[in-house]
Design a protein around this ligand. Structure first.
Ligand SMILES: Nc1ncnc2c1ncn2[C@@H]1O[C@H](COP(=O)(O)OP(=O)(O)OP(=O)(O)O)[C@@H](O)[C@H]1O
Ligand SMILES: [Mg+2]
Length: 395
């Protein structure tokens, strides 16, 4: 298989993730799920694979809402996916309520979602849609929404915080209404963390809601060793490239990339493009070193930019930069006290809590991980490859 790092991957090209996907389906048995991860870890690939190969008894709808800027746009997306399923089902019309609500408001059959009266009445249309879906489908419906936080952020930008909050709360009500009977579940993900948007709603609009605390939070990280091996087979063995010292090669690939599929693809693409017939474990380290200087590679610029944008809007950017810079020079865990002292030596810190809340943000955002096994709280970068990049570029 040709490596295609950063490209749109579908079908067979989405490799592995069996264990993570099984875990998500198991969680969905009980409640809806929010899937989070650092950028480019493979969230969309996981959503797509679950949509393409659903577990028995489930009927997934896939809604990509990145460009949606009003709740009605999202209602429209879910409707058109449900409409597509209705057309394929043998149960006849199951979207009667929303069609009739639409007709009452617009005086016509469903043709678009831009009319002002539809916007005003988005909530009744949302409720009609979910009544229809829950009543008329035998299977369990999984509403997969990718780029959910981006949509909420767009709604807030265009229409203000209150509409964003109302929409979050309306979706929570829908879950509370339909989850007990196991008919409907949501699986939401996105490239920006919802917690950042909630933080903003809390500080700017005194938002008191807990819109996703009824959902299970699944953090996606690098691939398992087994999946890394599978990728090596697909991109190298199947392309006629021999891995010298195969077991060690696969282990090194796992360690050097933290199992992140995008970087495995980059390394394998370089092996494929260089037309090598044989590669050794040391070649992996050499490629990664060379890649660090390659500006075409989608490194962790997004993660760095997010500190300058979202973190700045929360006045946490300076603290976050200092913390990450310091951790980028440390291979192992650093204790909380040392981190607080380091921040304090570079800027005014009135209360330790200011540093602690920034650490919480960085944890929620998957930049870092925490260890408490020694009895004290200690932190390090979640990914070694990201630490190395940070040290070179931001350290
Ligand atoms: N299971 C996989 N099999 C093959 N390639 C993968 C897999 N998962 C991720 N990739 C590679 O990593 C890239 C990023 O994956 P994906 O778009 O799913 O990440 P994401 O977490 O949704 O990113 P973002 O946060 O930017 O939305 C893909 O373009 C692909 O090259
Ligand atoms: Mg994505």
């Amino acid at each position: 298989m040709k490596a295609n790092p950063g490209g749109t991957v579908t079908g067979e090209a989405i490799i592995g993730r069996k264990k993570e996907i099984a875990d998500i389906w198991t969680r969905l048995e009980k409640r809806s799920v929010v899937l989070t991860a650092e950028r480019r870890v493979g969230k969309t690939c996981v959503l797509r694979k679950m949509y393409e190969i659903p577990r028995n008894g489930w009927l997934p709808l896939f809604c990509w809402v990145e460009s949606d800027r009003h709740p009605i746009d999202c209602v429209g997306k879910i409707f058109s996916e449900a409409n597509r399923l209705e057309a394929r089902s043998d149960k006849g019309i199951w979207l009667g309520r929303i069609r009739s609500a639409y007709r009452t408001l617009a005086g016509a059959e469903i043709s678009g979602w831009k009319l002002p009266q539809l916007r005003t009445d988005w909530k009744s249309l949302l409720n009609a849609l979910f009544s229809d879906i829950s009543e008329n489908t035998g299977n369990r419906i999984l509403i997969v929404i990718d780029e959910f936080p981006m949509m909420i952020s767009n709604i807030i930008k265009d229409h203000g915080g209150p509409l964003g909050m109302e929409f979050l709360d309306a979706l929570r009500e829908i879950r509370q209404k339909y989850e007990p009977s196991d008919q409907i579940r949501f699986l939401m993900s996105g490239s920006i963390g919802l917690h950042l948007i909630l933080q903003q709603l809390k500080s700017d609009h005194e938002y008191k809601g807990n819109p996703v605390n009824d959902m299970s939070q699944k953090v996606l990280s690098g691939m398992t060793e087994e999946d890394v091996k599978l990728m090596c087979v697909k991109y190298l063995a199947e392309e006629g490239i021999i891995r010298n010292d195969q077991a060690e090669f696969d282990r090194r690939m796992f360690e050097a990339t933290d199992g992140l599929p995008l970087y495995i693809q980059y390394v394998c693409e370089r092996f494929q493009d260089s037309k090598r017939r044989e590669v050794s474990p040391d070649d992996i380290d050499a490629e990664i070193r060379a890649m660090m200087d390659d500006r075409e590679i989608q490194w962790f610029n997004n993660a760095a930019e997010r500190i300058e944008t979202y973190y700045a809007s929360l006045q946490a950017d300076h603290r976050a930069s200092i913390i990450l810079k310091m951790l980028s020079h440390e291979e192992s865990f650093v204790s909380e006290g040392v981190i607080i002292d380091d921040v304090r030596s570079q800027m005014t810190v009135e209360y330790d809590d200011e540093v602690l809340s920034t650490l919480e943000l960085l944890l929620d955002d998957n930049y870092i991980v925490r260890d408490t096994s020694t009895g004290e709280r200690r932190y390090r970068f979640r990914y070694e490859i990201m630490r190395k990049w940070w040290r070179i570029n931001k350290g």
